[in-house]
Design a protein around this ligand. Structure first.
Ligand SMILES: Cc1cc2nc3c(=O)[nH]c(=O)nc-3n(C[C@H](O)[C@H](O)[C@H](O)COP(=O)(O)OP(=O)(O)OC[C@H]3O[C@@H](n4cnc5c(N)ncnc54)[C@H](O)[C@@H]3O)c2cc1C
Length: 476
C-alpha cells in the first residue's frame, strides 16, 4: 500500500499544541515531515532583526526537542528559496501534500500565494490554516463591507462574532516517516551573534513552547487578577510578558483566550482583570487587521496628511542618544537600556520613548520602528507598526496629535517609587524622589557630580515646536 506523506512547513507557529496544520496532517496522512526553511531574504525588507534571530535560534531548538520527544524530528533547510526547497523535499520524500499556518505580513502573503499556486500546479495538495489570530482579518468588516479604523468598534464586532474554536491538543501520533530527508544542523543558520552580546537576553528569557505555557500558567495564577491595576507600572511584575512567545507562535491566542477566559467568573474584579487582558489581545488582533488591510503602513502613515509633517533634519546625534539611553530624561533612558539589555520594554515605557522620539525630538517614527525592529525579541511587524503610528498620532485610531507624553509626569505617576528608573539607571539609584525624574533640576553643585547627561532638548519648548508642526498639517 502506498504511504501518504505530508510536509508541515513551520514558520512562526513554533509549537505542537493548537497547531491546525500539524493536526490536519496527523489526521489525514500516514507520515509527517516537519520542516523549517530559513530564507531571510524572502522576508525583506523586514527580515528578523538581531534580537529576533537570537530568539528564533532557541525557539527552533526547543521545537526540535519537542518533536524528538514525540518520536519525530525537525528538518532544517537553508540553501534555496522556499519554493525550491519544498519541491525538492516533495521529490526526496514522495510527499504529496504541504500544509502550513498562515502569516499576515505583506511579504509573507505574497510569497505564500505564489508557492501555493506553484505547488498545486505540480499536483501537490496544499492547505493553509489560521494558527496566529482569534479572528481572520477579512472576516470582521463594517456593514458597508469596509474595514474598521477604530479599535473599539472593531473589537465589539469581534466579540459579537462567533467565539474562536477551542485549542487543539498535540496529535497523539506525530507519524514519523521510515526514512528522513537530510537536515542541516541548527547552527548552520548562524542565528546567534558572533560577538556574544546576548547575555542579558539569556538571563531574562527562556524561548520555546514549554516556557510559554509555564509563563501563561504562572501569569494566570498570580498576576492576572490584578492586571487591570498593575499593567501600567513598569517597576512591578504586572504584565504577562508573553509577547515574544506569541510572535513566534510558541503559544496561540486561542490558548490564552481560554486560560484567561476561565477567570471571567462572578467576581467583578476578576472579570475586569480578564476583560482588560483580553482587550490587549484585541489590540494585537487589530494591529494584524490594520496591516492586512493597509499593508503600506509599515513605511507610510495611514493618515496621509502626516506625510507633510516637518520632521527635524539632521538628527543623527539625537537619534544615537535615544538609542543608547543617554537623552538625559530618566524614564526614556531607563526604557532604552532595558530594551538594549533584555530585548524587551514595558508597554507604558514604549509609549513614552516613542512619544519622546517623535514629538520632543521630532524624529520620524520610522527610525524608531526600525530600531525596535532590530532590538526587540518580540519585534512584530503588525504590533510595532501600529504602536509607532499610534504614538506618532498618524495611524488607525491613533492618539490625538496633541497628546504628548510628559516623561517626567509619566515617571512620577507610573514609577512612583522610582524602582524602574533605579534598576536600569544605576547612576541615579542614590537620588532622592525629588530629583529622580528630573535630575537637571537639582542644585548645580550636586548635579555636576552626577555621571548622567543633561537633557539635549528642553521638554517644554520641544513640545511647543511639535504642536506647531502639527498645526501646519492639521487641515490638510
Ligand atoms: C511604539 C510601540 C512599539 C511596539 N512594538 C511591539 C512589537 O514589536 N511587538 C509586540 O508584540 N508588541 C509591540 N508593542 C505593543 C506592546 O507594547 C507589547 O505587546 C507589550 O508590551 C508586550 O508585553 P506583554 O506581553 O507583557 O503585554 P501584556 O500587557 O501582557 O499584553 C498581552 C499581549 O497583548 C498584546 N498587546 C498588548 N498591548 C498591545 C498593543 N498596544 N498593541 C498590540 N498588541 C498588544 C501582546 O501580544 C501582548 O503579549 C508596541 C507598542 C508600542 C507603543
Amino acid at each position: 500500500m502506498r504511504v501518504s506523506t505530508a510536509l508541515i512547513w513551520f514558520r512562526r507557529d513554533l509549537r505542537l499544541h493548537d497547531n491546525p496544520a500539524l493536526s490536519h496532517a496527523a489526521a489525514t496522512h500516514d507520515s509527517i515531515i516537519p520542516v523549517y526553511i530559513h530564507t531571510l531574504a524572502e522576508e525583506a525588507p523586514w527580515a528578523p532583526g538581531a534580537a529576533s534571530r537570537w530568539w528564533l535560534h532557541h525557539s527552533l531548538a526547543a521545537l526540535a526537542e519537542s518533536l524528538r520527544q514525540h518520536g519525530s524530528r525537525l528538518v532544517i533547510r537553508h540553501q534555496g528559496n522556499s519554493l525550491d526547497e519544498l519541491r525538492a523535499l516533495c521529490r526526496e520524500t514522495g510527499a504529496t501534500a504541504v500544509y502550513w499556518n498562515r502569516l499576515y505580513e505583506p511579504a509573507g502573503i505574497a510569497r505564500d500565494k505564489t508557492i501555493k499556486t506553484a505547488l498545486r500546479e505540480d499536483g501537490v495538495q496544499v492547505e493553509s490554516f489560521n494558527a496566529a489570530l482569534l479572528f481572520e482579518p477579512w472576516s470582521i468588516l463594517k456593514d458597508n463591507g469596509e474595514p474598521f479604523q477604530v479599535f473599539t468598534r472593531f473589537w465589539q464586532a469581534c466579540i459579537r462574532s462567533i467565539s474562536p474554536p477551542p485549542p487543539l491538543p498535540i496529535p497523539a501520533d506525530c507519524k514519523a516517516p521510515s526514512l528522513w530527508p537530510e537536515s542541516l544542523p541548527l547552527e548552520a543558520l548562524k542565528l546567534l551573534p558572533r560577538i556574544p552580546w546576548d547575555q542579558g537576553m539569556a538571563t531574562a528569557w527562556r524561548p520555546g513552547e514549554e516556557a510559554a505555557l509555564n509563563r501563561l500558567a504562572q501569569f494566570c495564577s498570580t498576576i492576572l487578577e490584578g492586571y487591570h491595576q498593575t499593567r501600567d507600572y513598569p517597576g512591578v511584575d504586572g504584565v504577562s510578558r508573553l509577547s515574544p512567545h506569541l510572535h513566534f507562535g510558541e503559544i496561540s491566542p486561542r490558548q490564552i483566550w481560554v486560560a484567561v477566559g476561565n477567570h471571567l467568573q462572578d467576581d467583578p474584579l476578576q472579570q475586569k482583570a480578564a476583560e482588560t487582558y483580553l482587550r490587549e489581545l484585541g489590540w494585537r488582533e487589530f494591529a494584524h487587521y490594520v496591516l492586512y488591510h493597509w499593508p503600506h503602513t509599515t513605511d507610510r502613515p495611514l493618515q496621509e496628511r502626516f506625510n507633510g509633517y516637518p520632521w527635524r533634519q539632521d538628527y543623527g546625534e539625537l537619534l544615537r542618544a535615544w538609542q543608547q539611553g543617554r537623552t538625559g530624561i530618566p524614564l526614556v533612558d531607563a526604557g532604552m537600556r532595558e530594551l538594549w539589555q533584555t530585548g524587551w520594554m514595558h508597554n507604558r515605557v514604549r509609549m513614552v520613548v516613542a512619544s519622546f522620539l517623535t514629538k520632543n525630538y521630532r524624529i520620524p517614527w520610522q527610525e524608531g520602528a526600525r530600531w525596535f525592529w532590530d532590538t526587540l525579541v518580540d519585534a512584530d511587524l503588525a504590533n510595532n507598526t501600529l504602536g509607532w503610528q499610534w504614538t506618532a498620532g498618524c495611524g488607525a485610531d491613533a492618539a490625538p496629535y496633541f497628546r504628548i507624553f510628559n516623561p517626567v509626569r509619566q515617571g512620577e505617576k507610573f514609577d512612583p517609587e522610582g524602582a524602574y528608573i533605579r534598576r536600569w539607571l544605576p547612576e541615579l539609584a542614590g537620588l532622592s524622589h525629588q530629583w529622580l525624574h528630573q535630575p537637571w533640576a537639582m542644585p548645580s553643585a550636586e548635579r555636576s557630580a552626577l555621571a548622567y547627561p543633561p537633557p539635549l532638548v528642553n521638554l517644554e519648548t520641544s513640545r511647543t515646536e511639535a504642536l506647531q508642526g502639527y498645526e501646519r498639517i492639521r487641515n490638510r
